[in-house]
Design a protein. Structure first.
Length: 396
């Protein structure tokens, strides 16, 4: 293997077990390494530190597979890591019986660039880095052996792959498409999962617990779900006894899927559901001008800032929608607001929302801090993995 030597002092992050090595940390690469090849990482004085995947096209030049310098990165390595990730989730009682489950959460499961979600007997895998891409066959085989799933589909079509010099890749890695539509039950509600054309791997599994929280809060409330996508929060609100649920999204196809999801749940009162195809930023302002009000508002927007470089622009967008939502809340109302932007940390997000409350002239209190579900763990050495942050606010 080639050897990647770090500049003096740059080994500190490795000793803290952070899995990323940026271009500025790399002094030299001795030997030949193709993109995705495993390289030995050593300190400036030659001390062995780790084994990593080499990525010359990315600013993150290497992602560490193992901090054990004696561990080989081979098919057996992926079999062990994937089996361990599956076993960790099986050990958590709150995940027992979940039909939709994240099995591998990239760096936080010791597998940079590897995402795997299970929907019933189907596993969807997403490979976002050149190192993960190189081990596609081993990853698919290990997932099959660890889960016994009927089929594995690849959704490696995310934009971040271009930063690694990779093209989009989709298709079946094991088995073929099921004859029937893929449907999972979550918190007593049936939801379709579009693994081929849906967002992420087909569904937002990270919000499972937060959707259940909405059901707990919704009774007799008028609810507004912004950026509703396929209506996960909306259907939970209906299940919780909401008086009315208005679901808003700019995507007509997403709303069509949302309506289909409602039809899959005849126990829910469809007459209490209102669908609104509109730009959320514009429509929130229009609602305020019309004197509308709600008892519970959910703001779960798409990612506004992929990196810290976009944080300022994203901050303006987060402030605008939170300002509008706060102005629409009835006294005593609840705002459930989220950011999934990696470039906006929890502290900054709270400051943005606090600024929105100040400008709205509302007093708001944090009732609960919200995060991803237990199958989306965050390695303590990798805070970047803590991408989903949320606040539940009660407003005077």
């Amino acid at each position: 293997m080639a050897t990647l030597t770090l500049h003096p002092g740059k080994e500190k992050s490795v000793r803290r077990r952070h899995p990323w090595l940026f271009s500025g940390a790399v002094a030299q690469l001795d030997g030949r390494a193709r993109p995705g090849d495993t390289v030995d990482v050593v300190s400036s004085d030659g001390r062995p530190l780790a084994s990593a995947a080499w990525s010359p096209a990315s600013q993150i030049r290497a992602r560490i597979w193992s901090f054990d310098v004696d561990e080989s990165i081979d098919h057996a390595f992926f079999k062990r890591r994937i089996a361990a990730a599956v076993a960790r989730r099986a050990a958590l009682p709150e995940l027992a019986g979940q039909q939709g489950l994240r099995l591998i959460h990239a760096e936080s499961d010791g597998l940079p660039g590897v995402i795997a979600d299970r929907y019933g007997d189907t596993v969807v895998v997403q490979l976002t880095t050149v190192g993960a891409d190189k081990w596609r066959a081993a990853i698919a085989d290990s997932l099959f052996k660890a889960t016994g799933c009927a089929r594995i589909y690849e959704r490696s079509d995310v934009e971040v792959r271009s930063l690694e010099g990779l093209q989009a890749v989709t298709g079946w890695l094991h088995g073929t498409a099921a004859a029937e539509e893929l449907v999972i039950e979550e918190n007593g509600v049936n939801m379709t999962v579009d693994i081929v054309g849906g967002h992420k791997t087909g569904f937002y599994l990270d919000q499972r617990d937060n959707r259940r929280r909405v059901a707990e809060l919704a009774r007799d409330r008028r609810v507004l779900n912004c950026f509703c996508y396929t209506a996960g929060f909306s259907l939970q609100a209906l299940a919780g006894g909401a008086r009315e649920v208005v679901s808003m999204d700019s995507s007509g196809p997403a709303l069509a899927t949302a309506r289909r999801n409602l039809a899959l749940n005849p126990q829910l009162d469809a007459t209490r559901a209102i669908w609104l195809e509109a730009d959320v930023f514009t429509e929130l302002r229009n609602m305020r001008g019309a004197g509308d009000s709600y008892d519970l508002i959910v703001l779960d927007p798409p990612k506004f800032a992929h990196t810290a470089a976009h944080a300022e622009r994203a901050g303006r967008a987060y402030k605008e929608i939170n300002l509008s939502a706060l102005r629409l809340l009835a006294p005593g109302g609840l705002l459930m607001t989220y950011s999934c932007s990696g470039g906006v940390n929890a502290e900054l997000f709270q400051k943005i929302v606090a600024g929105a409350a100040l400008d709205a002239g509302r007093t708001a209190r944090i009732v609960q801090r919200l995060q991803g579900a237990a199958d989306h763990p965050v390695d303590l050495a990798f805070p970047e993995g803590d991408y989903l942050k949320g606040l539940l606010l009660q407003v005077d």
